[in-house]
Design a protein around this ligand. Structure first.
Ligand code: PLP
Length: 400
């Protein structure tokens, strides 16, 4: 199926859903193209938050009166909801821990679980050019262990230039008998490619725990832990239509792959408003269908990429060859990042805003980069339209 036929088939479905987003319909002159940074929220999420705060707001796990009981039940229900949303085949065994987002989630795995799993001389495989949220915590864990006299080696999960994929062929060279842990990203936040977790699993074998940064996949495409053989899935609610400050770590707790994940200590009051919004967002996403959301955003991405490829001054970052809808090599999901040959990315960001487009323009929090590596990132969600993409291409063409 081509991108255009995909878009035609889903047009009516998308049109109905777009009106669920009040901020989008209130600003028809603007195109919000920065959903990889944060998503907009459907009315159902806003309503759920309003209802909670005006009917049963209380603390969780403390009081014994009805509002408190309701809030406690809400937190536990949402824990189960996350498992269900992820297609968890063993919800009785796994654990969901709420965090403020992906950054805190990855840090919790690095701080509360990883050190107890490593011994002197062990190696962990981490990506050096993913989002820095998926590098800094592993460096911190290494430093923490070093202070206890335990030396852990960080091996770089190699990248393939210029596709932005992990270099699966070079992987064999960095995996060894002391490899004890791998951190990977599901969808790359700059290149937009699916990082092919199954191939990492095949390379490291069945016994090494894998932690998946799912910040750019949850809420954008179906994510099933029944199919993805990983041990941790970490995500941010705010990128998946829920409020900022809501996020979670899902842990498989497969005993053969290390100790149980039980983040210890006193966690304080949970973000009950965020958790309310997360439950409503997951309900909304399931009702809309993450498979259709993925088809829509992938097709919009393909249309933008095809259009950009015809415009000479632009260089698209990441994989070029496999952008088509239906590609089995490395599909691009909802993100296109590019540079103009002559116009600095910061300037391009301002120019695009003047034309009604909100995009991201800087180094995109990519580890190992700085401001000089600037680029412009366009990222879409279910509320974006073909018309917005075509309008953007028209404006970009005038800047040749
Ligand atoms: N990982 C990836 C791939 C991301 O794209 C982001 C945010 O852009 C993060 C982690 C960090 O997410 P948060 O800022 O919600 O903690």
């Amino acid at each position: 199926m081509t991108a255009d036929s995909e878009l035609t088939e889903l047009t009516d479905w998308q049109r109905e859903l777009r009106v669920h987003f009040p901020i989008i319909t209130a600003h028809p002159e603007m195109a919000y193209l920065d959903s990889a940074a944060t998503s907009q929220k459907p009315r159902a999420v806003l309503d759920a938050v309003q209802t909670y705060l005006t009917t049963t707001n209380a603390n969780a796990g403390r009081g014994s009166y009805p509002w408190a009981n309701h809030t406690t039940a809400l937190v536990e229900r949402t824990r189960q909801r996350v498992k269900e949303f992820l297609g968890d085949p063993e919800p009785g065994r796994s654990r969901v821990h709420f965090t403020s987002g992906t950054t805190e989630g990855l840090r919790t795995v690095a701080r509360d679980w990883l050190p107890g799993h490593l011994a002197d001389g062990d190696e962990i495989l981490v990506p050096f050019a993913d989002h820095r949220a998926n590098l800094d915590p592993w460096l911190e864990a290494q430093r923490l262990l070093a202070r206890q006299g335990v030396t852990v080696h960080l091996r770089e999960l190699p990248y393939q230039e210029p596709s932005g994929d992990y270099d699966h062929r070079a992987l064999a060279g960095v995996i060894g008998p002391r490899t004890r842990f791998v951190a990977v990203t599901h969808i790359h936040h700059v290149y937009g490619g699916d990082m092919n977790v199954q191939r990492i699993r095949d390379a490291v074998g069945p016994h090494v725990p894998i932690c998946l940064d799912a910040a750019q996949s949850i809420g954008h495409l179906p994510v099933s832990v029944d199919r993805l053989d990983v041990d941790f899935v970490v995500f941010s609610g705010h990128k998946a239509l829920a409020l900022p400050g809501s996020g979670a770590v899902w842990a498989r707790n497969a005993s053969e792959r290390g100790p149980e994940f039980r983040p210890g200590g006193w966690n304080g009051t949970p973000n009950t408003v965020g958790i309310t919004s997360l439950e409503a967002a997951l309900d909304w996403l399931d009702a809309a269908g993450t498979d259709r959301i993925a088809r829509w955003t992938t097709a919009l991405t393909a249309r933008l990429t095809e259009g950009l490829r015809r415009l000479l001054p632009y260089e698209i970052l990441g994989c070029q060859a496999s952008l088509a809808v239906g590609s089995t090599v490395q599909r691009r999901h909802g993100i296109v990042t590019f540079r103009h040959r002559d116009i600095p990315s910061d300037d391009l960001g301002f120019i695009l805003y003047d034309h009604g487009f909100m995009v991201r323009a800087d180094n995109l929090c990519q580890a190992g980069t700085d401001k000089r590596d600037g680029s412009v990132r366009v990222s879409v969600h279910v509320y974006n339209t073909v018309e917005e993409i075509d309008r953007l291409l028209t404006v970009l063409a005038t800047l040749e």
